[in-house]
Design a protein around this ligand. Structure first.
Ligand code: CP
Length: 303
């Protein structure tokens, strides 16, 4: 595998390998031994959208691995003044050993991968958030001890998190019910991929159906970055889709809750649910560090 642009198309073995490597980096970090697997390597961190976790975890992770991470705001690059992505890719590829990019269009990420000549890792696009979902799978396995056969639910927008959860959860043998309002369905190609998993996948509009008997419940914001002008309509359309205590009561008693953050309390998640599940949600946030290192190590250091 040269790039990590999305989870669709990865084998279960490739996904589980990322989880195993991340577990090992976490264990070593806890033991005070951070392997310098990126010694002398440089990674460009290109961001066209805001970020706390993705940027910070990668900057710290690359430092722990002995490499250099350079944050490059897409607003400061010449791309903001019209330089084509193909040219930017070819230039960055001559300086850096890998590029992490958070941008809007998946096709822009694909162009970066096509022209840069170095591994490209998605830091999130409108279509996918593979680093986050690999982290979520790591965290779920950490808590539950397994992935195969677990019942997962996602309640919210059929956007990047839903797309990546469908590809990731189904690949590792989980069952997944996605609940979203009409008009907010996941991407068509992802739904086609899900069809191959038979009744392990369900797409519904009733959020209670996604919560029922769940081992893990995922949610995400209703108004993602770049959608601010639609905020009012979205809040109206997603009314009734909050993960709250009554809905969580439909799940298994030991159901865990995962949220990629930032959370909007009172919208997609009730404040008491977030606080009661803070341990696993902030473990999920911590695991972004270990997973970021694992993905770089697999793509750059042959782990
Ligand atoms: N979950 C996530 O990607 O967080 P940031 O937007 O803060 O990077």
């Amino acid at each position: 595998m040269k790039h990590l642009l999305k989870l669709g198309g990865l084998t279960p073995q490739e996904i589980l390998h990322f989880l195993d490597v991340a577990d090992e980096y976490k264990r070593l970090h806890r033991a005070g031994q951070d392997p310098k697997d990126l010694q002398g390597r440089a990674v460009a961190l290109v961001f066209a959208k805001h970020s706390t976790r993705t940027r910070a975890s990668l900057e710290v992770g690359i430092y722990q691995m002995g490499g250099l991470g350079t944050y490059l705001s897409a607003h400061d690059l010449q791309t903001a003044r019209g330089e084509p992505i193909q040219d930017t890719a070819r230039v960055l590829g001559r300086y850096y050993d890998a590029i992490v990019c958070r941008t809007y269009k998946q096709t822009d990420l694909d162009a970066l991968a096509q022209y840069s000549g170095v591994p490209v890792i998605s830091g999130m696009t409108d279509y996918a958030h593979p680093l986050q979902v690999l982290t979520d799978l790591m965290t779920v396995r950490e808590y539950k001890g397994r992935l195969t056969g677990l019942q997962a639910g996602f309640i919210g927008d059929g956007y990047n998190m839903a797309n990546s959860l469908i590809a990731g959860c189904l690949a590792v043998g989980m069952r997944l019910t996605v609940a979203c309002p009409r008009g907010y369905r996941p991407a068509a190609d992802v739904l086609r991929l899900a069809q191959g998993y038979g009744d392990a996948f369900r797409l519904v509009s009733d959020p209670d159906e996604a919560a029922r008997d769940a081992d893990v419940l995922f949610t995400d914001v209703w108004v993602s970055m770049g959608m601010e002008r639609e905020a009012e309509r979205r809040r109206r359309d997603f009314t009734g889709y909050t993960v709250d205590a009554a809905r969580l009561a439909l799940a298994k008693p030991d159901c865990m809750v995962q949220h990629p953050l930032p959370a909007h309390r009172g919208e997609e998640i009730a404040p008491d649910v977030l606080e009661q599940h803070a341990a696993e949600i902030f473990d999920e946030a911590e695991n972004r560090l270990h997973m970021g290192k694992a993905v770089l190590a697999v793509l750059l250091a042959g782990k």
